[in-house]
Design a protein around this ligand. Structure first.
Ligand code: SF4
Length: 391
């Protein structure tokens, strides 16, 4: 119990730090090398170009180079005057992350360990829509994006929370995950899930700014319904997300059907319990008229009993929702185990008997530690080993 209490204190302190940071953060963030260009909205670029005495069409040209042609240097923008290119170089920067590890699963899932310009590590996973074991390629490419370095929420089954929270990602660091991975993989990302490292709703402002860049026709032009924000259950921020004009998809990391079980797995549940969380989901649905999805990691003898399935079905039948059951991916250093296939299917059947739309999610990247935070954890545990960039 002492350990749990200490973990909660850590969570609350970090949570408060994040809220303070969000409240006091200036609109634009600069680095000694210049303002990161891929973190700016069109209207911000228009303002900068106006101050530079440039005509409005130059912004269109710049955006075309950034998000259509996907160049990563101002010198490559050949239809901009040389003097302007030089000016842009002094005022703005590109800061694409460095790829430290790139692993490819048997099912073609690709996992990347990225080093940010300040040396912090994050993970990004590129997931093809269909299992590629028969050599089929897929149109749909989903990128699982990180929103923070580490995580303060300390879910007991998750590698990302094991070393705590370090900092929020800036909007450009979120956008650049996509730009970098597309360049390396040669794939076009057309679906985004904020299910990588971190709690995206605890980095609300930066996440929303990045979403606007990802979604806008002048930016990466990915439909809002192709962008899913996944949360551990931050109730006020779910309500705030419901007020946003974009039709973003909402996914909830649920993992427990009753408060005692969820308290045990997810400390955030002691701050926002299940009643509050289901209430926020109903609110989101009322505002957005959209199905809400729930992720439920099945962990043997922890949350995989039929009684949990019954309790889950009671709540799920009151909402238009879908439950994704995910057999637990074992994480080094954690003692949880994956239930047998029979137990997984018994849980699924119990939900379906009640009329709940539920599925056992096809696992991706199990052989390359694709669960969030595992690569970074391993790399940081090998702190004495030199990092050898692959690319
Ligand atoms: S599951 Fe999500 S919210 Fe929980 S510790 Fe991991 S990254 Fe953080």
């Amino acid at each position: 119990m002492r350990a749990v209490a200490a973990a909660d204190q850590g969570y609350l302190k970090a949570h408060e730090r994040m809220e303070t940071e969000s409240a006091t953060r200036p609109k634009l963030t600069t680095t000694p090398q210049g303002i990161p260009i891929t973190g700016l909205l069109k209207e911000e670029l228009q303002q900068h170009f106006k101050e530079l005495g440039q005509p409005a069409y130059r912004v269109e040209q710049l955006l075309d180079w950034l998000y259509e042609k996907r160049v990563d240097s101002f010198q490559a923008m050949s239809n901009l005057p040389k003097a302007l290119r030089e000016q842009l170089e002094t005022l703005f920067s590109f800061s694409l992350p460095e790829i430290l590890e790139h692993t490819v699963s048997n099912d073609h899932t690709q996992k990347f360990l990225l080093r940010l310009t300040d040396g912090n590590l994050i993970e990004t996973v590129l997931v093809p829509a269909t299992p590629a074991k028969f050599g089929k390629s897929s149109e749909r490419q989903t990128l699982c994006i990180s929103s923070q370095v580490g995580c303060a929420y300390g879910c007991r089954f998750c590698a990302s929370g094991l070393q705590g929270w370090k900092r929020n990602l800036k909007s450009h660091e979120i956008v650049e995950q996509l730009l970098r991975i597309e360049k390396i993989s040669g794939k076009i990302v057309n679906n985004i899930v904020f299910m990588g490292m971190g709690e995206p709703l605890a980095n609300f402002d930066n996440m929303m700014k990045a979403v606007k860049i990802l979604n806008s026709p002048w930016g990466l032009n990915i439909g809002a319904r192709q962008i899913t924000v996944s949360t551990s259950g931050l109730v006020p921020q779910i309500q705030a997300l419901a007020e946003q004009p974009l039709q973003l998809r909402l996914a909830i990391s649920l993992h427990g059907a009753t408060d005692p079980v969820r308290d045990e797995l997810m400390p955030v549940n002691r701050r926002y319990n299940l009643d509050a969380l289901w209430g926020a989901c109903h609110y989101y649905q009322a505002r957005k008229k959209q199905k809400v999805s729930f992720e439920y990691i099945l962990i043997q003898n922890v949350n995989d009993s039929l009684e949990q399935a019954v309790q889950l079905a009671k709540k799920a039948t009151q909402l238009d929702c879908k439950i994704n059951l995910i057999p637990y991916n074992c994480v080094e250093g954690l003692s949880w185990e994956r239930p047998s296939t029979e137990r997984q299917h018994a849980f699924l059947s119990r939900l379906r008997q009640s009329g709940v739309a539920a599925t056992i999610r096809q696992e991706k990247g199990h052989d390359i530690n694709a669960a969030c935070g595992q690569l970074r954890l391993r790399r940081e545990q090998m702190a004495s080993a030199p990092a050898l960039p692959l690319l």
